[in-house]
Design a protein around this ligand. Structure first.
Ligand code: RB5
Length: 150
């Protein structure tokens, strides 16, 4: 499993902390930047680059970060096939995988600390989708995306 990770300029430190955590855990990842604390990037581009790698199949899951986590999640959810969840608590990070089959975890550097963020990453990456009745609902999201939900 390979994880796409990206951030805007408001979340560089958090991205680096999570990247170090992924290294420690031996999780394979691709870093879509930014790569320097002085670099500027608007948050929709963080979503674009990480989520493209999920759409192409290069990466299975993504972690996209900005100041609040909200902007990157809004942008990511405009991309077909992307189910991004902005999380700041462990229950949501776990159950958005189990029930929504979320493929992108969004978090905000100005909202949560590095320790909690890494814990949410671990839960998100280790929780499988439960399927069953939840698969029907995720299919409804996909139909909604195509304008086919009646
Ligand atoms: C950037 O200043 C900030 O607006 C952005 O990181 C994010 O919080 C938007 O949702």
């Amino acid at each position: 499993m390979k994880v796409a990770i990206a951030c805007d300029h408001a979340a560089f430190r958090l991205k680096e902390a999570i990247r170090a955590h992924l290294e420690e855990q031996g999780v394979s990842y691709r870093d879509f930047g930014i790569y320097d604390a002085g670099e500027k990037r608007d948050y929709p581009y963080a979503s674009l680059y990480a989520c493209r790698a999920i759409q192409s199949g290069e990466c299975e899951l993504g972690i996209v970060l900005c100041g609040t986590g909200v902007g990157v999640s809004m942008a990511a959810n405009k991309m077909p096939g992307i189910r991004a969840a902005c999380c700041g608590d462990s229950f949501s990070a776990q159950y958005t995988r189990a029930h929504n089959n979320a493929n992108v975890l969004c978090m905000g550097e100005r909202v949560i600390g590095e320790g909690l963020a890494c814990q949410l990453v671990d839960l998100f990456l280790s929780t499988p989708f439960e399927g069953g009745r939840h698969a029907r609902r995720v299919a409804q999201i996909e139909a909604l995306e195509k304008g086919e939900l009646e």
